[in-house]
Write a protein that binds this ligand. Structure first.
Ligand code: C2E
Ligand code: MG
Ligand code: MG
Ligand code: MG
Length: 292
């Protein structure tokens, strides 16, 4: 330890802590303005039928592009938004944006599937969450059946007594409910039967180890069979290769979402490629590192 200090390791360590702290402080201050300054956008990632490739749904994913900080990944700013409570306003913004997008596609007579929206655990701490979501959807004249509410397994298990009634309320309004990142958290299977679920999303860590790790394959198959037994549709997240996709198909997985199909993309691009069936050769705005 002493040697490390003498070599300057101590100072380096200190600077690291300070710059991490300053970065966070910066993001926190800037995030408060992100909505008003129009820095947030939604990207949409297609979810397709594993057998036919038909579009079955899409997930809305937040993107924050700051003029001087550049693009900040959701994995970095969502936790800050949760800690500071800014997620409450961001969550409402996301939902309004999705409803507006749905309306614009529907009024153009495009066949648009349901759109999935992510909710944070923090949002479930508002006891009026279900009615405030319903209000936004009603104000924009959207049909709740067009919206899938995604809740992560870890956030829902954490405070089951308050989450469960909210989920039932959302369900009664007509929203679809999906459990996200399934298998990643502490899987309390007992709670699963109480949840009013429509969709189960297998965490990408299993999907990405399907070929290399036989245990991941066995677990994935068991999750798919269990979900079907409970009448749920299964989405495999994070499929990156055709090999993984084939494997998922033989396991009877319903829907695939991953780079092998397409990365999250701006709404215009999703519209062209999936709703209008135009496939321009230029893929500007695409995030997929493997196909650029
Ligand atoms: P998530 O809800 O599990 O979303 C799926 C994540 O997997 C997305 O990351 C997506 O870009 C990524 N992904 C999709 N296909 C592949 C693939 O084939 N390979 C790999 N490696 N990744 C893939 P993203 O967009 O960075 O979002 C990260 C997380 O941030 C989301 O995970 C979600 O928990 C959170 N998030 C994003 N948007 C929102 C939002 O509007 N509200 C809330 N509360 N959370 C959000
Ligand atoms: Mg999600
Ligand atoms: Mg997920
Ligand atoms: Mg997640």
């Amino acid at each position: 330890y002493q040697a490390k200090i003498q070599k300057g390791g101590y100072q380096f360590f200190n600077e690291n802590i300070i710059s991490t702290f300053l970065r966070k402080l910066d993001l926190e201050n800037e995030l408060r303005w992100a909505i008003a300054r129009n820095q947030l956008t939604l990207y949409y990632q297609p979810q397709v039928d594993a057998q036919t490739g038909r579009l079955e749904g899409m997930e809305a994913l937040l993107r924050w592009n700051h003029p001087s900080l550049g693009p900040v990944p959701p994995g970095e700013f969502i936790p800050i938004a949760e800690e500071t409570g800014i997620i409450m306003d961001i969550g409402k913004w996301v939902l309004k944006e999705v409803c507006t997008q749905l309306n614009s596609w529907l009024s153009a007579s495009l066949a648009v599937p349901a759109i999935a929206v992510n909710l944070s655990a923090r949002q479930f701490m508002a006891p009026d969450l279900a009615s405030s979501i319903h209000d936004i959807v009603c104000q924009t004249c959207c049909d709740p059946r067009h919206i899938v509410i995604e809740i992560t397994e870890s956030s829902s298990m954490h405070d089951i007594e308050s989450v469960l009634p909210i989920l039932h309320e959302l369900k009664s309004f007509g929203f679809q409910i999906a459990i996200d990142d399934f298998g990643k958290g502490h899987s309390a299977l007992g709670y699963m039967k109480q949840f009013p679920l429509d969709i189960l999303k297998i965490d990408k860590s299993f999907v990405q180890e399907l070929i290399s790790d036989s245990k991941s394959a066995v677990i994935t198959k068991a999750i798919i069979d269990m979900s079907h037994g409970m009448g749920l549709r299964v989405i495999a997240e994070g499929a990156e290769t055709l090999e993984q996709m084939d494997h998922l198909r033989t396991m009877n997985c319903d829907i695939v979402q991953g780079y092998v199909i397409d990365p999250p993309m701006p709404s215009e691009q999703l519209e062209m490629r999936y709703l209008k069936g135009e496939w321009p050769t230029c893929r500007n705005g695409s995030e997929n590192p493997s196909t650029i």
